[in-house]
Design a protein around this ligand. Structure first.
Ligand code: FAD
Length: 500
């Protein structure tokens, strides 16, 4: 198998250390032709320091590296995540909040009734089909339980994590350094290119010239290699995703209280406010659009929501560059993380996209030939994932029914972000065969069938919003979810059981 000789990763944030760990794991073994991985990070340029929620895909990252939960979760103050709740996005009676769950085999029976009831409701029947009644994860989150069963279920129950971003980067750094990754603390001041435009070396302030045959750009929004050096065009998503700013602030978590097992993404005046429970504290923040709100107004609104919890706590203001590059792999450079693009954090997808980019690069490289075709296939796959996530995230804004500010009415009136999303929404609204529509759009989309049903029904996207009948199947589904929840640990207890 062909391997790179030397890979230099620029950047020591979550993306840089994830890349160093995965690349070193793939090719840094003990054989005579091991790949040297070097990570360079600047002590003068801080990491973004946020990014505390994941999707279930992150479990594969740890299992690929052979890292057990008890080894990394306590080190990162990490908690379990059953999904995300979305209060305040819809004002329709009965739909003021909904939960986007992570699914598992336990959901098969109640979810079958959910799909049927949603489809009947779309066609005019007044039947209860709120997603919170039909998914076990929603019930677990409601009861502050962990997605960890008391006894082996005989199959994997899916879930994700919350964690402290700084501690995760530190953990991955130790993991990588123990396995032979070289660490350079310095600032890259110039990038040398070969005649054909490929990257030759980095000129640093104190360590001179750092050459390699492959380069990973994990330099954050600076996008030092893919953007500034290789001039890869950047596609902004600002036309459908308005938020370009955030203000973040931790707050205390009472150690005597049960720990929630969900992210809360609450709609606010000009954006939304996240609340992420760790074992040590909450991470809170307000993602908003600077076109509609000034930073000091956003901070004041966040402080008001947090109340006494925010007293004496400093806020961090951040800018977000939302969009993606056209080519994430260009010449001998691959971009992963904020350097390649970013979709605002509503569905906590950024770290999953980083993981996908690095893992797929390893797969493509191991095919052994560097044809333009492989590079183009790789870039198309990564773009498809970004664009699929963009569609799904933008749909939250499009489906909102708030009328309190022009931010929300403008969001509702925006054009849909792709023809594929237009077809999906038309199929739902017109009562056509929704499953057939989703199947037809499968190659353009990143989310699975339950997520689409949850967002449309959870936001109350029905003509008929008269009081819905709680049918026998809806009642039975809710009871089933409640009884299945008995088979899971309370969050704090699960944490203790797993970590010892
Ligand atoms: C408000 C907000 C909320 C978010 N929430 C989530 C979430 O819930 N879930 C999720 O998955 N993601 C989330 N993200 C995204 C997540 O934070 C990032 O994807 C992740 O942290 C990776 O960042 P990074 O490593 O690409 O960049 P950074 O953390 O910015 O790291 C950049 C690195 O590059 C180095 N560097 C830059 N220039 C140079 C140079 N010239 N020389 C040497 N080194 C250099 C810096 O020193 C630094 O080490 C969020 C992002 C924002 C803005």
């Amino acid at each position: 198998m062909s391997k790179p000789n030397h890979i230099v990763v620029v950047g020591g944030g979550t993306a840089g250390w994830m890349a160093a760990c995965l690349l070193n794991h793939a090719w840094g073994g003990d054989d005579s032709h091991r790949t040297q991985v070097t990570l360079i990070e600047s002590s003068d340029i801080a990491t973004i320091g946020v990014g505390e929620g994941s999707t279930p895909y992150m479990r594969q990252f740890f299992s690929r590296l052979g890292i057990a939960e008890k080894d990394w979760m306590p080190a990162c103050n990490a908690t379990y995540k059953c999904g995300i709740s979305f209060p305040g996005w819809s004002t329709k009676p009965g739909f003021e909040t909904y939960f986007h769950p992570f699914f598992s085999r336990l959901d098969l029976e109640p979810a079958a009734d959910f799909f049927t009831n949603c489809n009947r409701r779309r066609r005019g029947k007044s039947i209860a089909c709120h997603p919170n009644d039909y998914f076990v994860a929603a019930e677990l989150a409601r009861q502050k339980k962990a997605p960890i069963p008391l006894e082996d279920l005989g199959f994997e129950h899916d879930y994700a994590y919350h964690f402290d971003a700084g501690l995760l980067a530190s953990f991955l750094k130790s993991f990588a350094l123990e396995r032979g990754v070289r660490h350079v603390i310095d600032t890259v001041k110039h990038v040398e290119q070969n005649q054909d435009g490929s990257l030759a070396a980095l000129q640093t302030h104190q360590h001179g010239r750092l050459g390699a045959d492959w380069f990973f750009d994990c330099s954050g929004f600076a996008s030092l290699l893919i953007g500034k050096t290789l001039q890869e065009p950047f596609h902004s998503f600002a036309d459908t995703l308005f938020n370009d700013s955030a203000v973040a602030m931790p707050s205390p978590l009472n150690p005597e209280q049960p720990i929630p097992s969900e992210t809360v993404s609450r709609a606010a005046g000009h954006g939304w406010i996240w609340r992420i429970p760790l074992t040590s504290r909450y991470g809170n923040g307000y993602a908003y659009s600077s076109k509609y709100l000034q930073p000091e107004q956003a901070e004041a609104e966040l402080r008001k929501v947090l109340g006494a919890e925010a007293e004496g706590i400093e806020a961090r203001h951040l800018k977000m560059r939302v969009g993606r590059v056209d080519n994430h792999w260009q010449k001998n450079c691959v971009a992963a993380g904020l350097s390649q693009g970013f979709i605002e954090p509503l569905e906590a997808t950024a770290i999953g996209l980083i993981q996908f980019t690095i893992e797929r690069f390893i797969d493509f490289f191991e095919k052994g030939e560097f044809t333009d075709q492989y590079r183009d296939e790789f870039n198309a796959e990564v773009n498809k994932s970004f664009d699929g996530v963009k569609d799904y995230v933008s749909l939250h804004y499009r489906l909102n029914s708030r009328a309190d500010t022009t931010y929300w009415t403008d969001n509702r009136e925006q054009a849909l972000s792709s023809p594929s999303l237009q077809r999906i929404m038309a199929a739902w609204d017109e009562g056509r065969d929704f499953d057939a529509a989703l199947t037809a759009e499968k190659t353009s989309q990143a989310y699975m069938r339950p997520s689409w049903y949850c967002i449309f029904s959870g936001m109350g996207r029905f003509d008929n919003v008269a009081e819905a009948k709680f049918t026998r199947s809806a009642k039975a589904a809710r009871q089933l979810c409640e009884s299945l929840a008995h088979r899971f640990h309370p969050h704090r207890a699960a944490w203790l059981a797993q970590m010892n």
